[in-house]
Design a protein around this ligand. Structure first.
Ligand SMILES: Cc1ncc(COP(=O)(O)O)c(C=O)c1O
Length: 397
């Protein structure tokens, strides 16, 4: 690999590889070596690389019309909105370009909701361990103190509580009077693939309904087929008032959405929020193709099927079951928490031609595409076991 350019701000710890092209679950580096993709661009290319439907839709749209701005009606944006509404029951939505922007839209929406109720300093309850993005608002809502460190002053108006602890909210006492919303990821992704307990989520729904708070689900990572349904809330039996997504919706084209229903759908009017690019024809052509493929290609059930093959490969190959402390998540949002140190796992995976990622410091986050073959899923699981076996062997006294 040539020496990386110093013209890039060094905000990422990058691996020493550059990819030239991809096909399905495989990425090829500039020397032609193939890698099995267990990352999907961090839960983005859920339909794999060069998905025929998405590629054709984007190629057709790029030669027709890329961008007009939201000064005009955008038919493709309306079509995506109708498809999302059919899939989720949400009434209306705001289009933006990323997960952080979807969170920013929700924060504004919740504050407006509070303002209309006469609450001067509206508060949003957020969770320890949460990740909502890197813009100042989304960062302020994020639980990881390490990534907030040094960027103050952050935004006021968030009350942070421990996850899976309803009593911690009830104990807030007089502060509850200013709460307008609770914002959570149903499975904390960056936090280490940590699912919120189903009864906790149901309890949050009851609390929100009782107090007239908005329940906001950040499904930026859990959504768009990753967990086996278009959005994870469908499987949980808990309906949010505001639903946020991004990542997999464009399969690599930048698009984010803040969806709302009920009172939440009536908060933002002309001039209240905006985005130059948000929901432009090109990104919406990609999103329409993604939603069409998720619906028509029987891809959603693949999430559980491939999870099964991957974990079977892992369990068959692991030298000692005690090397794995926990396996979490749903569908193809898989967290494997090893008992071995995690610091060399990603590099060892890369050396073996496997793309892996660590989340929450202690957990291997595996996010393969829904189009992986059963064999590739098994191979990925076995490859992870090989990496853990190798570390255990080298660590042995
Ligand atoms: C749950 C969640 N919300 C928000 C974001 C931020 O998304 P983006 O990087 O597109 O701004 C992420 C990104 O990892 C995420 O996982």
């Amino acid at each position: 690999m040539p020496q990386p350019s110093n013209a890039i701000m060094p905000t990422y710890g990058r691996l020493p590889v550059t990819f030239s092209h991809g096909e399905g679950a495989l990425l090829y580096d500039t020397d032609g070596r193939a890698y099995l993709d267990g990352v999907s661009g961090i839960a983005v290319t859920n339909l794999g690389h060069n998905h025929p439907g998405v590629t054709a839709a984007v190629a057709e749209q790029v030669s027709r019309l890329v961008h007009t701005s939201n000064l005009f009606h955008i038919r493709l944006q309306e079509q995506v909105a109708e498809m999302l509404s059919d899939a989720t029951g949400m009434e209306n939505m705001f289009f933006c370009n990323s997960g952080a922007e979807a969170n920013e839209a929700a924060i504004k929406l919740a504050r407006r909701y509070g303002d209309r109720k006469g609450i001067a300093t509206p508060q949003i309850i957020v969770l320890e361990g949460a990740f909502h993005g890197r813009t100042i608002g989304a960062l302020s809502a994020t639980g990881n103190a390490k990534i907030r460190q040094g960027f103050g002053p952050l935004l006021d108006g968030f009350i942070r509580v421990p996850a899976n602890d309803l009593a911690a909210i009830e104990l807030l006492g007089p502060a509850l009077a200013e709460v307008v919303a609770v914002m959570v990821e149903p499975i904390q992704g960056e936090g280490g693939i940590r699912p919120l307990a189903p009864d906790y989520l149901a309890g949050l729904r009851t609390l929100c309904s009782t107090h007239d708070w908005l329940l906001i689900f950040d499904e930026v990572q859990t959504g768009n087929g990753r967990c086996g349904s278009t959005y994870l809330f469908e499987q949980l039996g808990v309906e949010p008032d505001v639903l946020l997504t991004a990542k997999g919706l464009g399969n690599g084209l930048p698009i984010g959405v803040c969806m709302a229903r009920g009172e939440a759908a009536r908060q933002l009017g002309p001039g209240d929020h905006g985005s130059t690019y948000g929901g432009n024809p090109l990104c919406c052509a990609a999103a329409r193709a993604v939603l069409t493929a998720l619906k028509e290609d029987a891809l959603l059930p693949q999430a559980e099927v491939l999870r099964h093959h991957l974990l079977a490969g892992l369990k068959q190959r692991i030298a000692d079951p005690a090397l794995i402390a926990d396996i979490r998540g749903r569908g193809l949002m898989i967290g494997i928490q090893p008992t071995t140190p995690t610091d060399t796992i990603v590099k060892r995976g890369l050396d073996r031609g496997l793309l892996l990622n660590i989340a929450g410091g202690d957990t291997i986050r595996v996010l393969p595409p829904l189009v992986m073959s059963h064999e590739q899923a098994g191979e990925l699981g076995a490859g992870i076991a090989d990496v853990l076996n190798e570390i255990a062997e080298q660590e042995a006294p």
